[in-house]
Write a protein that binds this ligand. Structure first.
Ligand code: HEM
Length: 444
C-alpha cells in the first residue's frame, strides 16, 4: 500500500502530457494530420513513438520539448483498427464532438457549420501537440518532424494552431489560469488543493478502478491500458465585449474588478474570493501553496463570497451542496491562450482571433467533460439557479442572467451575451506508449 492508496500507475507507459503539468511559460502547437494511407499512418505512429515521453520521465530527451499524440475515432479507423475494437470505445468518442453539438451548447455561432475547417469533419485523424519553453526550441523539434511527414505520402497536415502561456498564465480575459488541478492516486504528482482527497486513478487513466469501482476497458487490453480520452476545443474569446459588459454594469474601475471576480470566483491575479472576498491580493494569487487551499460549505454555503454561479464554483463545486457527486465530474485541464493580447483599456473589438485552446483529459468523456459542459456550465438547476448559465463561458444568448448573493438583497444581472464562441474541436484517444507501438504494428 502506498501513502496515496494501493494503486500504482504504470507511469512509464502513460504519455507525459496526460499527467505532468506543463512548464511555465511555454509555447505550444497543435497539428492535425489526415491519414490517407494506413501503412503511412502506422509508420507515422512508429516515428512519433520515439519522441513521446512517458510520465515517468521528469525531463524530456528533446531539450524540454514535450510531444503528445492523440487519435480520433476516424484516425483509429484510418490505421485499420478492427471494428470490434472501435466498438469498445466510449460511445461519445465514437460519435465525435460535432455530433454532440446540441448537448454541448454548440449552437448558433458556435455550431459545427460555422467551425474552422477541417475541425468537426471526418478528416481530423491524428493530433500532435508540442510544448516547449520558447519558439526556437519548439521550431528545433517541429522542423525535422514537418520534413518527416511531408516526405511521407499518405499523410497530410491539414490544420495548425499556435498557442502560448504567459509567465502569469493569464488567459485572454485577463485572469490567471492553470491553478486548480486534481490529485490522482498513484501518480506521485500532487494536486493543488490540499483539502481534496486524491481521486481514483481510473478517473483519469483507462484500465484502473475509478471512483465507482468500475474499470474502463477497451478491446484489446493492450490498446486501452494506460490510455485516456482527451478533448480539445478552440474557444474564441470576445474580450472587448466582456470588458464592455463589466463597464456597463459597474460604477467605477474597482467595482468592475469586483464584478469580474464575482463572475470568475477569483480575482485576476488568481487570488480566490473564498480567501480574500473584498479586494485582490496579488501575492496570494501567485502563491501556489495557498491559492487553491479552500472549500465552500462551512465558510460560504450561500455564496456571499464566491457566488454559486461563478465559473470556478460551477465547474468544481468542491464540498458545496449541489445535486450530484462532485468527485464523479472532475477533470485534468490544460488551457493555452492563442492570438494577440488585446491591450488593456481597449473596449472596441479589433477583429483579431484570440482565445483559449481548451484541453480536457479524463477517462470518462460523458460524466466528466460533457456533464460539466452541459449541466454545470450551461444550466443552473444543480445549485438551484434555474436555467442560469456560466456568466463567462456559458452559451448565453443575450437573455442570460447572473446572480450575486448580497445583503440585504442579492444583485441580479440580466442580458448576458455569449463571450466565448466555439470554433471547433474533437474527442480524441491518447494511447499509452505500448499501445502506440501496437497501433504501429497493425497488420491488416
Ligand atoms: C474560454 C473559455 C474558458 C476560460 C477563459 C476559462 C478560465 C478559467 C480560469 C481563469 C480558471 C481559474 C484558474 C484555475 O482554477 O485553474 C478556470 C478554472 C476552471 N475551469 Fe475554466 N475557462 C474556460 C473554459 C472552461 C471549460 C469549457 C471548462 C469545462 C468544460 C472549464 C473548466 C474549469 C475547471 C474545472 C476549473 C477549475 C475550477 C476549480 O477547481 O476551482 N473551463 N477557468
Amino acid at each position: 500500500m502506498t501513502p496515496e492508496g494501493n494503486v500504482r500507475l504504470e507511469l512509464d507507459d502513460i504519455q507525459s502530457g496526460v499527467l505532468r503539468p506543463r512548464p511555465t511559460p511555454y509555447v505550444a502547437t497543435y497539428i492535425v494530420l489526415r491519414i490517407d494511407d494506413r501503412n503511412a499512418g502506422r509508420e507515422l505512429m512508429r516515428r512519433v513513438t520515439q519522441v513521446v515521453t512517458s510520465a515517468a520521465n521528469p525531463s524530456s530527451p528533446m531539450a524540454d520539448t514535450w510531444v503528445s499524440v492523440a487519435l480520433t475515432y476516424h484516425g483509429l479507423k484510418a490505421l485499420g483498427v478492427p471494428q470490434n475494437s472501435l466498438d469498445s470505445f466510449a460511445w461519445e468518442f465514437q460519435q465525435g464532438m460535432a455530433a454532440r453539438a446540441k448537448e454541448l451548447g454548440d449552437t448558433g455561432e458556435s455550431s459545427p457549420e460555422n467551425w474552422e475547417r477541417p475541425l468537426g469533419t471526418r478528416d481530423v485523424h491524428l493530433v500532435l501537440v508540442a510544448v516547449s519553453p520558447n519558439d526556437q526550441q519548439l521550431e528545433d523539434v517541429l522542423d525535422p518532424a514537418r520534413k518527416a511527414y511531408r516526405e511521407m505520402r499518405g499523410i497530410e497536415a491539414i490544420w495548425r494552431q499556435d498557442c502560448h502561456a504567459l509567465p502569469t498564465e493569464t488567459e485572454p480575459f485577463g485572469f490567471r489560469d492553470g491553478i486548480s488541478h486534481p490529485a490522482i492516486e498513484g501518480s506521485g504528482i500532487a494536486g493543488t488543493n490540499p483539502r481534496e482527497q486524491p481521486l481514483k486513478a481510473g478517473e483519469f487513466v483507462l484500465g484502473y478502478p475509478d471512483e465507482l469501482g468500475g474499470i474502463q476497458r477497451i478491446q484489446p487490453e493492450e490498446l486501452g491500458r494506460n490510455g485516456t480520452y482527451a478533448v480539445f476545443r478552440k474557444l474564441h474569446q470576445r474580450v472587448a465585449a466582456f470588458r464592455q459588459f463589466l463597464k456597463a454594469n459597474s460604477t467605477d474601475p474597482a467595482d468592475e474588478e469586483l464584478l469580474a471576480a464575482k463572475m470568475m470566483g477569483r480575482w485576476r491575479s488568481g487570488a480566490p474570493l473564498a480567501l480574500c472576498p473584498f479586494q485582490d491580493d496579488a501575492e496570494l494569487g501567485a502563491d501556489k501553496r495557498r491559492n487553491n487551499d479552500f472549500l465552500y460549505e462551512e465558510d460560504d454555503p450561500a455564496g456571499f463570497k464566491t457566488p454559486g454561479g461563478s465559473h470556478i464554483r460551477r465547474t468544481n463545486p468542491r464540498d458545496g451542496s449541489v445535486a450530484g457527486v462532485v468527485r464523479l465530474h472532475r477533470m485534468i485541464r490544460r488551457g493555452t491562450a492563442y492570438g494577440p493580447v488585446l491591450p488593456g483599456g481597449v473596449l472596441e473589438d479589433d477583429g483579431a482571433d484570440r482565445g483559449l485552446m481548451f484541453a480536457f483529459v479524463g477517462a470518462h468523456l460523458g460524466r466528466q467533460f460533457e456533464f460539466v459542459q452541459s449541466q454545470w456550465i450551461n444550466d443552473g438547476v444543480f445549485f438551484g439557479a434555474g436555467d442560469a448559465q456560466d456568466p463567462i463561458v456559458g452559451s448565453n444568448d443575450g437573455a442570460g442572467s447572473f446572480t450575486v448573493p448580497r445583503r440585504p438583497v442579492r444583485r441580479r444581472l440580466q442580458g448576458l451575451h455569449r463571450f466565448v464562441i466555439t470554433r471547433g474541436g474533437e474527442y480524441c484517444f491518447m494511447p499509452g506508449l505500448r499501445a502506440m507501438r501496437w497501433l504501429a504494428d497493425l497488420q491488416t
